[in-house]
Design a protein around this ligand. Sequence first.
Ligand SMILES: [Zn+2]
Length: 493
Amino acid sequence: MKNQQPSDLPLRRSWFYVSLLRVIRPVAAARMSNHLPLWNALVGHVILASIAFVACITSVALLGPDYQHQGLSTIQKLLKPWFELWNEIERRPQNAIGVGLFLGFIELAFVVTALCVVACGARDEPLRRSFAHAFRQTWLHTINIAVFAILCACFINMTESVRHEFNRRIESKMAPYPQPPKNVAPGSPEQKAYNKAVGKWYQQRSKLVSQTAPILYRYNDEACVAMCITAGFLALATLFAAAGANRPTDPIERDPNCECCGYNLTGLTTDGACPECGQSIIESVGENIRLGPPWERAAKIGHIRAWFQTARISIFDPSGLGKSLKTQQMTNAHQSFFGWTMSANFAFTALVLSVFMLIVENERMSQNDWEFILFGVPLISFVISLAQFVFLQLATLNIGFRYSWRNKKNLLGATSRATSYCSAYLIVWTILVSLTGILAYLIYLKGILATIFGFYGTDTFVAAGWGITILILLLIQQILITRAVQAAQYANT
Ligand SMILES: [Zn+2]
């Protein structure tokens, strides 16, 4: 029985059309491209990545500050960076290795991303098909990443130009940069006078800058970072939505088994008990089993209540969570749970970091500190959330792959569901990590260890202790997911 959507067939070979559609409607485009041959997606990926690379270099040539005041024509500007790159490689051939490593690193990032996507897009199908699906969708996603990369490159080069233009204007109004004295010994009075003049020049410049700089000059780095983070987040979120979109698969017929121990129940009546473990058979094949965690009934009991109930089960009773999960019939309710939890965790991390900053600075907040809270804190929180996200996805792949292998059935999708619901633990993780962090800070501040044990290097000691705590707390996350998958592995539905 082939179960294809009508839109699958006419477009299955046209990666170009599907790619363009993907920028506007990633999920719809992903559904259309589910049967695109893998090599086709790879060729599209290489072509689009090359176009993006050329476009980024072009944005350096046309918008960046480097070639603006050399009286070059547009064609010369366009060609110059390529000649410079070529000269650089000719001058030192090992630079080619650097370029190769850079491109290899980008390809590696694509492979890691595809591995992160495998579980969320997996269905009840042979494992290799889930891997193929993940790589296909990630390679096809190149168009979205390319669009975001080009936008970021243009923005960065434009703001760089604004900065350079402003520096030129400021410096034209100032006394010329002091000339270094010739043939003087270091430490001589001439050298000292020169150093002083340079210091004064920079002081005058920074004073002029702080008085007249446009907003894009002052917050140049922050604006670029914010833009890149937003683009990175959108590229990743749309990829996961596309790869995780509902996808029909051919159903696989299996014998009914005991959901507790996996014993094959063929030929037994429903009123008996499992010969292996003694659990009544009706609990494995009855009607009302595996109804899903409370979140999947959120419409009835309210979203906030459903979230807290699901969070409680996933942290304190992961086996109970696993027993409620269907592993073969897929819905996507867990995606919204995961999205809300990760957003809440991001906001909570930012809040904790800001409060910590206020405590450490102890009401002596300078303008720089406030700017750090506005720009630095969201950046750090984003990096932490991204690291947690990658950790969760790779843990899912690891646990899901092991249980799939053992049971000879694809449990990656089920593991992805378990992980999504277990993500509520991340908020507990943030609370515990910040509490132990404050404790470590206090110990460091008071020098308690040094007073008791009387040795140096206490700060390294405290930092290492805190690092180990963080790792142990992450291991608990792995254990929660494993227990949920253990309880779900023999599911009949
Ligand atoms: Zn049994």
